[in-house]
Design a protein around this ligand. Structure first.
Ligand code: ZN
Length: 376
């Protein structure tokens, strides 16, 4: 197996573990920065190295459209192309295509959509989406799925799940066909995606089906589409309840600071989110105890760093006053500085979480984190 559980928290589903990929072993829980177009927005791969990011996410939908699989494949795959040596997980594009409402049509065969870049028409199938990820050369590949909106009736969710399961079988078969002649240590991994909206019985069916596909890990999808937070967490619980220990569990698109603790408590091992860089570009710094709008008048002459407890190069060197000035002046360096700090903060939180589980104090650490956040 490529995933091994190391330490368990006795009072929740939190656990630490190791995920073995062809680009190295990754300690979990792990936060994956998002390189939508082959770059973490406003950041460099030197930044990723400095942050110790051993795994990132890229979007096969975007890279397939531009620069295209031909270019990336001819240059040795996405890692070589972007100059990053860690592991890369690609999403299947199911969520991006689903987001193109009005520009796409889905059938049991696959999905046809109009490119948001140039209006060209494209047809993707579960098999071709695995082929795209193979040509991109990612290290963890995901199955094409059909997402649901929130709210969504149980009948609608069931119909989407039926299609997702059928597509996952085709994707799994295509993945196996492509990797069977590859040395096991050099093989890419395959993660199907659970769907079922917020309905526990459907999530259970989805989980049981996915486990039958001999997956290397499991994605929890269809979440964080506008449902209230309590429902999001009960859905994640319903999904992880039916998953045996031996597979890594990746919760897609969830990753605010407090979410990391909540997700891990429910048995999640991997998370990704554009949140830290998206809010960073708007001048919001994520700091211990909450969030800081750096353009707020209160920071205009503030000599303190974004976060006095942060060890990142931005906090060691620059003041809130200076960073606020850069954002107000639309200086491009501001986007890098605040994004870098925000990603560093999430990497620090996930490292704290791993350490707390290993030292048997996950519950206390989680409570302390949330108390500090609520007191702010
Ligand atoms: Zn910092």
């Amino acid at each position: 197996m490529n995933f091994t559980v190391k330490t368990r928290d006795p009072k929740s589903r939190a656990r630490t573990g190791t995920l073995r990929t062809r680009r190295g072993v990754i300690g979990t829980p792990v936060f994956m920065p998002v390189a939508t177009q082959g770059a973490i927005k406003a950041m460099s791969q030197e930044d990723l190295d400095a942050l110790g990011a051993k795994i990132i996410l890229a979007n096969s939908y975007h890279l397939y459209l531009r620069p295209g699989c031909d270019v990336i494949e001819s240059l040795g795959g996405i890692g070589k192309f972007m100059g990053y040596e860690g592991a890369i997980l690609t999403d299947s594009g199911g969520f991006q295509v689903w987001s193109l409402s009005g520009l796409r049509s889905l059938t049991d065969e696959g999905v046809t959509f109009t490119s948001h870049l140039d209006g060209s028409r494209h047809h993707l199938t579960p098999e071709s989406v695995i082929g795209i990820q193979d040509r991109l050369g990612s290290d963890i590949r995901t199955a094409l799925d059909e997402c649901t909106s929130y709210p969504c009736s149980e009948a609608q969710a069931e119909a989407s799940l039926a299609r997702t399961m059928q597509w996952a079988e085709r994707a799994a078969q295509e993945h196996r066909r492509r990797v069977e002649s590859v040395d096991p240590a050099a093989r890419a991994l395959f993660f199907p995606i659970l769907q079922g909206s917020v309905y526990p019985a459907l999530l259970r069916r989805s989980a049981e089906h996915a486990l039958g596909l001999d997956p290397d890990g499991i994605c929890i999808g269809g979440i964080s589409v506008g449902e209230p937070k309590e429902l999001l967490w009960s859905t994640v619980e319903a999904a992880t309840e039916h998953l045996p220990e031996g597979h890594a569990r990746y919760l897609m698109g969830v990753g605010a600071p407090e979410d990391l603790w909540e997700a891990v408590a429910r048995g999640v091992d991997m998370l990704d989110c554009v949140f830290p860089t998206r809010v960073g570009r708007n001048g919001t710094a994520l700091v211990r105890g909450g969030r800081l709008n750096i353009t707020n008048a209160a920071h205009r002459s503030d000599p303190s760093p974004l976060d006095a407890e942060c060890k990142c190069f931005v906090c060691r060197r620059y003041s809130r006053a200076y960073l606020g000035h850069l954002i107000r002046s639309h200086e491009l360096s501001a986007y890098r500085y605040i994004s870098y700090h925000n990603v560093q903060y999430l990497m620090d939180i996930i490292a704290d979480i791993r350490q707390a589980i290993e030292q048997g104090r996950f519950q206390e650490a989680r409570r302390a984190f949330l108390d500090r956040l609520n007191a702010a």
